[in-house]
Design a binder for this molecule. Structure first.
Ligand SMILES: [Cu+2]
Length: 541
């Protein structure tokens, strides 16, 4: 569901922030820049040095964000001589234990190394998933199960599936289940699930921990569902793909390192293995005041939770955390100009790590472009002044920062759209393919129990599920002291005919939330406006 952060100019006031864009002697430009290639290499060396001859698996490396006051003071000084500390946070597995290590890059040392013993495990590495997915192909019971179904092993593909936990007793700590699909000459594997075989892999031992061939269900035929390039339309010359956006004078935004300037906006954009896009220090220039006023300190996707609503043995624990388990940034794809970003886009690379700690480049994972779809931002035609026709129109041009993360069957398009009005529109669009379940039914008339989804083709259920995207949003609307305010419609009724011949009207009741729990809001049909304001700053009115 798209979230809107409505930032009213009325409430925006005084805040000066000057983003230094000159390159620094520190190898990076800005304290919120993600770790550079050489810094990631340095992290690997430092951690490896303190665990000589011990196997360390790297699951996440990212910037250990400096304290906010340090960053704010850094940007408020034009030519800072001292930078906030440059630190990395490293999540590793060492001897089957999860370590949270803070590395200080300036002193080349480890500041802290804590064993995490709470619930949950680190993000999976791509490498361990790949190794696990090969295990069944040399495992005799699995080979027999495939033969028993009359399928050919070389047409079977396997995917790692993380498992939700409902308090069951478990032998293995870090574990995944494997799910299988049957290609049989097609590429749309999700349409042909092989149902009924449960394989649990213990990741620390990298061994099959349990195997169960539970039931036999026909593999859906999935005829005509492959996603091939559409044939040219015979009926007409209609060309719907690849419309061009021309900017003969080039884009009007600038990208200096990771600092973006466009129209009245300036902000910092970066990549993180887990979160994907991170937007920082967004502020907008106020012409009347002649200064930048802050809007957002830091914003990113903190989790994407996808629970399936199926109670059966192979499905009940499909409750994916697409960011925390698979990495929203790690799952980012290389964006193609003219297809998923217009040709006037500029691209940014990211750096992630392999499980041995070696950094690898993720080319063109973020694109930035000016967006104009022929829409109107503001307009008015004034005819009331005798002898004059006044017409003013402002086209709706915005700046979009985009990433696409492909997590298994789903492709998430995540956008941050900066508007001239001072608002940032956050959008998540989902495309890709549904996760299907194979069943015995070929017609909905045969179904006499809850099948937890919709029969979309013969032997194929699209299973009910949600995608919950949670955003970490640290708004600094006109400074740090922000309040959350709800404005709701309230109907007033009266019977006093002397007051008005009318019987009712609606008015707006504003309420400032005192606690976080009070601020919990169920978005729905009830009309409500949600505001983040700096209550300490007053305008003239
Ligand atoms: Cu879905």
């Amino acid at each position: 569901m798209p979230l809107f952060f409505k930032i009213s100019h009325l409430f925006l006031l005084l805040f000066v922030s000057t983003l230094s864009s000159s390159s620094s002697p520190f190898g990076y430009n800005h304290p919120l820049d993600s770790l550079t290639l050489s810094e990631l290499t340095q992290v690997k060396t430092i951690v490896k040095k303190s665990y000589l001859l011990i196997n360390v698996t790297f699951h996440y490396v990212g910037l250990n964000e400096p304290e906010k006051p340090l960053v704010l003071s850094w940007i408020s000084i034009n030519h800072p001589t001292k930078n906030p500390p440059r630190e990395a946070i490293v999540i590793t597995q060492i001897d089957q234990k999860t370590h949270e290590i803070i590395v200080d890059l300036s002193s080349d040392s480890i500041l802290s190394d804590k064993i995490y013993d709470g619930h949950g495990y680190p993000m999976l590495t791509s490498q361990e998933q790949n190794v696990a997915e090969k295990l069944p192909f040399t495992y005799q019971p699995f080979i027999s199960s495939i033969e028993k179904r009359g399928l050919r092993l070389k047409e079977v593909v396997c995917q790692s599936s993380t498992v939700g936990w409902y308090g069951e007793k478990r032998k293995s700590n870090r574990m995944i289940k494997l799910i299988y699909y049957y290609l049989d000459g097609m590429v749309n594997l999700y349409m042909r699930p092989i149902e009924g075989i449960t394989i649990v892999v213990g990741l620390d031992q990298m061994k099959i921990a349990s195997y169960l061939d539970r039931l036999m269900v026909p593999v859906p035929k999935a005829d005509g569902t492959d996603y091939i390039e559409p044939k040219p339309r015979a009926r007409s010359n209609l060309q719907l793909d690849g419309k061009r956006i021309m900017q003969p004078d080039g884009p009007t935004f600038t990208l200096d390192g990771n600092a973006v300037r466009w129209a009245d906006w300036k902000f910092h954009v970066d990549y993180d293995m887990r979160a994907g896009i991170i937007i920082s220090l967004a502020s907008i220039f106020d012409d009347d005041k002649g200064e930048f006023r802050s809007v957002l300190y830091r914003g990113f996707i903190s989790e994407v939770f996808v629970p399936y609503m199926d109670l059966s043995e192979d499905w009940y624990d499909r409750t994916f955390f697409d960011a925390g388990e698979f990495g929203f940034g790690l799952s980012a794809v290389e964006l193609q100009a003219s297809k998923e970003c217009p040709e006037n886009a500029k691209f940014l690379d990211g750096y992630s790590i392999y499980q041995d700690g070696t950094p690898g480049k993720m080319p063109n994972v973020i694109c930035i472009f000016e967006h104009y779809a022929g829409d109107i931002m503001w307009r008015h035609t004034e005819l009331a002044i005798p002898g004059e026709v006044i017409e003013k129109v402002k086209p709706a041009v915005s700046l979009v920062v985009r990433m696409v993360s492909t997590v298994g069957n789903y492709d998430y398009i995540t956008d941050y759209e900066f508007k001239q009005s001072g608002s940032i529109k956050v959008t998540a669009s989902l495309t890709g393919i549904m996760e299907m379940k194979a069943v015995k039914y070929t017609n909905s008339d045969q179904i006499n129990q809850d099948v937890y989804g919709t029969l979309v083709a013969e032997n194929t259920i699209a299973v009910n599920h949600d995608h919950f995207l949670t955003y970490h949003i640290d708004l600094d609307v006109d400074g740090r002291n922000n309040s959350f305010l709800k404005a709701k419609q309230k109907t007033e009724r009266f019977k006093d005919k002397k007051m008005s011949p009318r019987k009712s009207y609606w008015t707006v009741v504003k309420q400032t939330m005192k606690t976080e729990s009070e601020g919990r809001t169920q978005l729905g049909l009830e009309p409500a406006e949600l505001w983040f304001v700096n209550a300490e700053k007053k305008t003239k009115v």
